[in-house]
Design a protein around this ligand. Structure first.
Ligand code: FE2
Length: 286
């Protein structure tokens, strides 16, 4: 087992669990290895590729083909105010990127090492999964001064299995404070369940939609700021309500995240999940 009984009980009570010092600072599969590698990836981008703006504002959520076909690729998404009306970047590229996704875990060796760490596999099994598989990964930048807030949501609305089995792993790669936009979560909110999905439209329509379309609002008055140091792992239940503020500080707030599903027989990954890819999802092996 990787988690203690007390940690499993805490996760089941709150819907999230904070595990400090999960990643070492340096060496292989560390905070440094991911930060160095993402710098190389950003430097290697073809900036003539326009990418897409990333926003969590519902009316304008990025959902073009660039996003919808990113499940098997390494693609980049800009901060909302990273480009002028003419399409020019407003600052150096590495400070304009909102996130990179959604298949760093299979396509890049440094991200693969962290994502498929045997401790990740053990945690999935400690929390009841039989055949955990990684479905997506994201590197989130939350840039100094312009890093946008991410509104309250449940990850299970965006990725879904029947029955629901999605588990989120989120690693802090910077010290995370309220000033630079740490995660917040509402303890116990996972018990509310997920009652709304973000899904691909039925053909011949294209794009994505929320079903039902009416927004859900949650009581956030009990939300707790998950301030933590670099290297901390935060586990997120698919139904826990969480969000993060904007980054008003001069410091970065980088994070890496993956989502895992249980791929055991009887669990269905629907064809209308937004994330589809040609290659099968890979198992987290012990
Ligand atoms: Fe989330």
């Amino acid at each position: 087992m990787e988690l203690t009984e007390a940690q499993i009980a805490e996760f089941s009570e709150n819907g999230y669990l904070v595990i400090p010092n999960f990643l070492p600072t340096s060496g292989a599969a560390s905070v440094d290895s991911l930060r160095k590698r993402i710098t190389e990836i950003v430097e290697g981008f073809d900036l003539s590729e326009k990418g897409e703006i990333f926003t969590t504002k519902e009316q304008s959520r990025a959902a073009g083909d660039y996003f919808l076909s990113s499940g098997g690729k390494i693609r980049f998404f800009w901060e909302e105010n990273a480009r002028t009306a003419e399409g020019e970047l407003t600052r150096v590229p590495e400070l304009c990127i909102n996130k990179i996704g959604h298949n760093l875990h299979d396509l890049d060796q440094d991200f693969e090492l962290v994502s498929y760490d045997v401790r990740v596999a053990k945690i999935c099994r400690d929390l009841g999964m039989e055949l955990p598989k990684v479905v997506q990964s994201m590197y989130i930048f939350k840039q100094p001064f312009i890093g946008g807030e991410v509104g309250a949501h449940q990850d299970g609305a965006f990725l879904y299995t029947e029955p629901q089995s999605v588990l989120g792993f989120w690693w802090a790669l910077d010290h995370c404070s309220q000033e630079n936009g740490c995660l917040w979560a509402v303890p116990g909110s996972h018990r509310l369940g997920v009652h709304r999905r973000f899904r691909r439209r039925d053909p011949p329509d294209v794009g994505v939609e929320f079903v039902p379309s009416e927004p859900v609002s949650w009581d956030l008055s009990d939300a707790k700021p998950l301030e933590c140091s670099a290297g901390t792992l935060v586990l997120l239940h698919n139904a826990v309500v969480h969000f993060s503020g904007g980054n008003s500080s001069p410091s970065t707030r980088h994070a890496y995240s993956i989502h895992v599903i249980d791929g055991k027989p009887g669990v269905v990954y629907p064809e209308d999940n937004w994330l589809q890819r040609d290659e099968p999802f890979k198992e987290l092996k012990l």
